[in-house]
Design a protein around this ligand. Structure first.
Ligand code: CA
Length: 228
């Protein structure tokens, strides 16, 4: 599960990042309001933890903006004040839950789990099946008609993203953001490279699946329907 953490108190942000990573979540962190909005708008997160008071753009404004643009990622709003109007303002702006600082780490984790279950990008299973292609996410292994294929962690994440979104065209940037996050040293060309690796390792058509290139856009994994 991928989480966007928006918090400008650096020590708190680092502590929360560690706590979340320990649970096996992937975390992207920023303390800047404008940057947070850019990240949130990619739509690649399962849960967003959003602080209220931020430099350059406030949490409420970010929330209103992304909801207006159709981003429905579950949001936990962090607020330092316990005043009722602040909580109502957050919920009215489109937050799914809120936490009043200071909060316990267990409470935060419980709420992240609860919202994660609601997220469309997230399924509780460790295995996904599309036609005869099965992906074992924990063990980084694909299997097709009894043949097991070992994958790298990155290949697994990429294939998982394709399979969870079967039938949908995924843009290269969207794929890049989801799988590689905001690692600045990696270039977007790696999307093509890793699709090449996947196609080399997996005989998609024999599993009843196609991984199509959509020219100028990205890729789409589909179940192949035989008319015969
Ligand atoms: Ca703050």
């Amino acid at each position: 599960m991928k989480i966007l953490l928006v918090e400008d108190e650096l020590r708190l942000a680092e502590a929360l990042t560690q706590i979340l990573q320990k649970q096996g979540y992937q975390v992207d962190m920023t303390g800047d309001g404008v940057e947070a909005q850019d990240y949130a708008e990619t739509g690649v997160y399962d849960v967003i933890i959003l602080d209220r008071m931020l430099p350059h753009k406030e949490g409420v404004e970010i929330l209103k903006h992304i909801r207006k643009n159709g981003i429905m990622t579950p949001v936990i709003f962090l607020t330092a004040k316990d005043a009722l109007p602040d909580r109502i303002e957050g919920l009215d702006a489109g937050a799914d839950d809120y936490l009043v600082k200071p909060f316990s780490k267990d409470e935060l984790l419980a709420r992240v789990r609860a919202l994660g279950r609601r997220s469309v990008n997230m399924l509780p299973k460790d295995r996904i099946l599309v036609a005869s292609l099965e992906l074992d996410i924990k063990n980084c292994e694909a299997s097709c008609l009894g043949t097991k294929i070992k994958l790298t962690a990155t290949e697994t994440q990429l294939l998982e993203f394709f399979m969870r979104n079967k039938g949908f065209v995924l843009g290269k940037e969207q794929i890049f953001d989801r799988v590689w996050g905001f690692e600045k040293e990696v270039e977007i060309a790696c999307v093509e490279l890793y699709v090449f690796y996947l196609r080399k390792k997996i005989d998609f058509s024999s599993c009843g699946v196609s991984l199509d290139t959509i020219r100028g856009v990205g890729y789409c994994l589909k179940e192949v329907i035989n008319d015969t």
